[in-house]
Design a protein around this ligand. Structure first.
Ligand SMILES: *Cc1c(COP(=O)(O)O)cnc(C)c1O
Length: 491
């Protein structure tokens, strides 16, 4: 199986190359040329597998240039008990009306760990398979969750270095403390005097600087990225859809073969797209509900066929979904248009140039056979947190709450609903406390202590341990000095 670009059908690369490059040179995203499918009776055979074994099995179908042994070793290291605090890796918690698939039992307590724990293994192996011998140097600009998850994933991975830039005043105090106290010999963290866009533009500038890349290459370094459009981040996410489906069947919620609906709190469209791939593979997914906060660009698109990013950007209590350009949607458009690379390129160029495009009605009809969309206000988000706590003693974070509220609007009689739960409530203690009716202003560790006192729910170990965190990284730089910061680190 080879990979093709969504904007140029003739550009074919191996799986390893797709992972190393991240983005196709024509600006498109890499997709597998065909989607592998489960054979007759195969789901039943997958039923007894542990999470790491299931991950190796599913990912192996998309990675012909990796051996079974390699993938088993990587998935065991990434998802085994050393790194996730649940023996199940991704436990499914059943509520009265829907089940919650908890994807935040990894080292940084958010769902980014599901992909960023395994990506370093996939990426460093891919680099070797492509004949690269240089030290892989990952650069990340982050608005919060991704930076920490990437640091944890790449720390002390042989043959790699990682540097994370975050906006000096643009991340929460918990997120900042998580990053600046990062351990590991191959890591560096730097504040940028600017906002997230400044940090992101700086990283893009460095990737595009041919002379800089050339001199780094001579010094033995190859730059790479861990951002969410890399196929190596999407692929591992297919696994937990299959996993949660099997767990529901196992506990008798429905029979193998019966449909299950999923509601996914959506930003960049990566998580929910993985659910769509699972469906294409033959997993009986009924409906995928795309849940958005007040940044409802996807809700409007799915309802009307018009994608329009020219709208006010709203800051919400679910910041990882405060996004107006959902990059991974491109992969879905490519597929639903019958792999029409010209049309996909057209839409994306229009989006860049004019800020909007209108998708073909036939394509939208296909899309709506699977996808439904809901957008949830801040009040709706807080009400969902409060309701679930008061009625079921289940504590959820604001991102999960957006999905929970959306799921209740779309629940179908007789079809189980899985809500994808993407962060520990303790990562957003302040907002959760507010939802529970406590409006006092509190900072990081204080908010965590207050939430524990109020609910009696223990914070996850990595968050509790921040109390004793030692700050290692205190430096900051002007956006135009990011190049020299990278050079200093890699020297
Ligand atoms: C990144 C993130 C999301 C959004 O996921 P996408 O794949 O970008 O759609 C939702 N919730 C949390 C907590 C996240 O960190």
């Amino acid at each position: 199986m080879e990979y093709i670009s969504t904007r140029d059908f003739s550009r074919r690369v191996s799986a390893a190359e797709a992972i190393v490059r991240g983005l196709s040179p024509d600006g498109g995203l890499f997709v597998p040329e065909t989607i592998p499918t489960f054979g007759e009776g195969e789901l039943e055979k997958l039923l007894p597998l542990t999470y790491p074994a299931l991950a190796a099995e599913i990912m192996g179908r998309y990675l012909p240039d990796f051996t079974k042994e390699e993938l088993r070793e990587y998935t065991q290291a990434a998802y085994g008990p050393g790194r996730f605090d649940s023996l199940n890796t991704a436990p499914l918690r059943r509520g009265r009306q829907e089940s919650y698939l908890e994807l935040w039992h990894g080292p940084t307590c958010a769902f980014k760990d599901m992909a960023l724990q395994i990506l370093p293994y996939l990426l460093s192996a891919s680099i070797r398979k492509c004949g690269e011998t240089k030290t892989v140097s990952i650069l990340v600009a982050t608005s919060g969750d991704t930076g920490k998850a990437a640091l944890e994933g790449f720390r002390d991975v042989p043959g790699t270095r990682i540097m994370v830039f975050y906006p000096e005043n643009g991340v929460s105090d918990i997120q900042k403390l998580q990053m600046v106290s990062q351990i590991g010999e191959n890591v560096n963290v730097m504040a940028v005097k600017g906002n997230f866009d400044d940090a992101q533009s700086g990283v893009k500038r460095i990737f595009g600087d041919a002379a800089l890349n050339e001199s780094l290459s001579r010094a033995g370094f190859a730059l790479s990225s861990a951002n969410s459009i890399n196929w190596g981040r999407l692929l591992p996410q297919i696994v937990y859809y299959v996993w949660s489906y099997l767990r529901l069947a196992e506990c008798g919620e429905m029979k193998l073969g019966d449909p299950v609906d999923f509601t996914v709190p959506t930003g960049n469209f990566g998580d929910i797209l993985a659910g769509w791939y699972a469906l294409q593979m033959g997993l009986p997914v009924g409906r995928l509900v795309c849940a958005s906060n007040r940044n409802d660009v996807l809700t409007e698109f799915i309802d009307t066929g018009v994608y329009n990013r020219l709208r006010p950007f709203r800051l919400t209590s679910s910041p990882s979904m405060d996004i107006l350009i959902s990059s991974n949607l491109e992969r879905l458009l490519f597929w639903l248009s019958g792999k029409d690379d010209g049309l996909t390129r057209d839409y994306m160029e229009k989006l860049g140039r004019e800020g909007r495009y209108t998708a073909d009605p036939a394509l939208m009809e296909k899309l709506r056979r699977v996808f439904a969309a809901e957008s949830v206000t801040e009040e709706g988000t807080f009400a969902a947190i409060r309701g679930l706590w008061e009625e079921e003693r289940m504590l959820i974070d604001p991102h999960t709450a957006v999905a929970s509220a959306a799921a209740r609007r779309r629940k179908r009689e007789g079809v189980p609903m899985v809500v994808v739960s993407t962060a520990s409530p303790y990562k957003f203690s302040h907002a959760v406390l507010r939802a529970l009716g406590d409006d006092r202003e509190r900072e990081g560790m204080e908010a965590i202590a207050a939430l524990e006192e109020r609910t009696g729910v223990r914070p996850p170990e990595p968050i509790a341990a921040l109390k004793n965190a030692r700050v290692r990284f205190t430096e900051s730089c002007e956006p135009q000095k990011m190049e020299s910061a990278v050079l200093d680190f890699l020297k």
